[in-house]
Design a protein around this ligand. Sequence first.
Ligand code: AMP
Ligand code: GLY
Length: 418
Amino acid sequence: MKILVVGSGGREHAICWKLAQSPKVTELYCAPGNGGIAQVATCVDVKATDVEGMVRWAKDNAMDFVVVAPDDPLALGMVDALEAAGIPAFGPRKNAAIVEASKAFSKELMKKYHIPTAKYQTFTELNAALRYIEEQGAPIVVKADGLALGKGVTVAATEDEAKLAAAEAMGGRKFGDAGATLVIEECMTGPEVTVLAFTDGEFLVCMPSSQDHKRAYTGNKGPNTGGMGAIAPVPGFTNELLKQCVGTIFLPTIAAMKAEGRPFQGVLYFGLMLTPDGPKVVEYNARFGDPECQAVLSLLDSDLLDIMLACRNGTLCNVDIRWKDEAACCLVLASGGYPLEYKKGYPISGLEEAGRTATVFHAGTRLENGQYLTNGGRVLGVTATAPTLDDAIEAAYAAGSHISFRDMHFRTDIGHAF
Ligand code: AMP
Ligand code: GLY
C-alpha cells in the first residue's frame, strides 16, 4: 500500500518509523517531513495545513491511506476532505477533532455526560470573567478556548495573575481568536498521566500510560514547551487506576462522542490528573502526543498499519494489539533558547553513534550536503527501551551524550521529575 503521513515532527518520524516496518507498506511518504524522516519516507513539499494541496497530492499520486498526525489539519477537516475525495484517512473528522480544538466544547461534553473534570465556567465577555475570578479566588486556571500551541493555559497562583491572563487572552488577543472564549476552571492537584487510546468510534484500546515533561528546564522550571521528554509506562499508574479511568472516563467519552453524532476515530489523548478525589480529565487531544508518541510506539509489538486501518474501518475489536513488556524513555534535545527565541542551522554530530543503542527520532532537522543541521526548537528525541524504566532512562541519556550541536539544551531529570 502507498501511505502518506502528514506532519513534520518527532511524532511523525516515530509514526513513519513504525509504519515502515509493516510488510504491507510498499511506498511511504511524509508531508512535509524533515531531515530524519527522509531516512524512512520520501518527503513531499506540501504544508501540513494545506488541506487542498494535500488532497490534490494524495489523489495525483494514488495514495491508499493517509495518516493525519498534527492537531491543526485535523481541526481544519483534512480527514473529511480526504475521505470526500475517496482517500481513506486515519484521524478524527473535524466534528470530532473539536474535543481538542475547543476546550469549551470538551468541558461541556464532560459536564453533560458526568465525566470527571475540574469545575469550570465559560466566558465570552471579559468583565464577567474577571468577576468570576474574584468570586472564586486563587489558585485558578485560565484557558483560551482554541488551539494555542500548548501556550493558552495559565495556572494562576494569584487573582491578579489570573486577571492578567484573562485580559491578555481575551482583551489583548494574545492567542488570536483562540482567546475569544475563555474557560476558567478550578485548580486541580496531583500527578499527571497521559493515556493514548486507539479507537474506531466504539471500541477502544489503551496504549501503555505515558508522561510528558512540559517545562523547559530541569526541576520543572521555566516556560511550558511542546514537551522535553517522555516515559512509558508511568510508575504508580496501576491496573486498578487504569480500570477506573476506562470505566469513568475513557468509555464514557467514546460513548458521549457517538451519542453527539461525532464518533471519534483515531488516537484519543487523555490528559489526566490523579487528584485526591480520583482521576480527572485535564484535557483531550485528538491525536498522538509529542513526545509521548515516540516513547509509546517504541513499545508497540504489532503492525501499526493494521491498527490504523482497523480504526478507520470500525474493526478494531478484531485486531490483536501487543506491547513489549518493557519501558521506554524519550529524551528531547532542543535548541538553546527554546521555547522562546532560538537559532537554526547548526551542524549535529554523533547521530550514528547514538543510533547504535537508541532510536533517534528527528523533530527539527534538515539534511544539507550529507550533514544534518538543526532546524527547529525541538531537534531530536533520543528514545531507548529496556526491561526496566531506570535502564531505559539511563540508555536514552547514554545515547544522547554522543550527540552535540551548538547551544544544545536538554533536561537532566526525564523520568525523575515528579
Ligand atoms: P492543557 O493545555 O489543558 O493540557 O494545560 C496545560 C497544563 O496546565 C496541564 O498539563 C496542567 O499541568 C496544567 N493544568 C491545566 N488545567 C489544570 C487544572 N484545572 N488544574 C491544575 N493544572 C492544570
Ligand atoms: N505532549 C503534549 C502534546 O502533544 O500535546
